[in-house]
Design a protein around this ligand. Structure first.
Ligand code: SF4
Length: 226
């Protein structure tokens, strides 16, 4: 079974409109300079693994409050046992939300086909070209895999969103428009402002976030791109 390295009992912010618990899975194949969960991806051994049974015991007492469980990380789709974990959660009667960077479309396909996931939030890091993506993800990324994940989500066999963290050092407004023209995300896209607190690349600590009003306007523009 997948090692679980963190458990947040209740969250209002990880699944829009729902109260959920959050399970944090270790490791990631990306190294986004703005990542806040970098201890979990660089040094997961620092965290004790939490037995799933202990989590379920706690969740039973929260059953009347919790709508579902968010699986995040790290990158959950790196773990071949992810479908089994989702199945166990489903058996307990909870809905499942998955956060992913979209690099493993075959895992998304399987989770959707086997009805093991109710909502997928896919991070898009930059316009879909190798140079832009490498800069924002910190590693070379197979762009074809990302396109495949985007296509799978756009088939609308599961509820989903595209989410992008916008970082002034990495993204311009032109980048966002280009991304909008490429992906045509429609109302499914959410822009998230960069938070300079404790990023993977310490030089970003001095980077102020975007003007929130400007970002909201850009989000509305992208949401009209269908
Ligand atoms: S994909 Fe997510 S978890 Fe992985 S490095 Fe980027 S922000 Fe961090």
């Amino acid at each position: 079974m997948v090692e679980i390295k963190g458990f947040l009992e209740t969250s209002f912010i990880d699944w829009k409109g729902k109260l959920c618990s959050v399970l944090f899975l270790p490791h990631c194949n990306f190294r986004c300079p703005y990542c806040h969960n970098h201890p979990l991806i660089l040094h997961p051994e620092q965290y004790e693994s939490i037995p799933l049974e202990a989590i379920f015991n706690r969740l039973h007492s929260l059953r009347d409050w919790i709508d579902g469980i968010c699986l995040t990380g790290g990158e959950p789709t790196l773990h071949p046992e992810l479908p089994l974990l989702a199945l166990e959660i489903k058996k307990q009667g909870f809905q499942v939300k998955l956060d992913t960077n979209g690099s493993h479309p075959q895992m998304l396909k399987r989770l959707i086909e086997e009805r093991l996931v109710d909502y997928i939030s896919m991070d898009i890091k930059a316009p879909l070209d190798p140079f832009s993506y490498r800069r924002s993800a910190g590693v070379s990324v197979n762009i074809e895999s990302l396109w495949r994940s985007i296509e799978i989500l756009k088939e609308e066999k599961v509820d989903y969103e595209f989410r992008m963290t916008v970082v002034p050092e990495l993204h311009t407004m032109e980048d966002l428009l280009l991304l909008g023209h490429q992906v045509r995300p429609g109302p499914r896209i959410v822009l998230q402002n960069f938070n300079p607190e404790n990023p993977l690349d310490p030089s970003l600590r001095k980077t102020p976030p975007f003007d929130p009003l400007l970002l909201k306007e850009m989000e509305k523009t992208l949401q009209k791109m269908v």
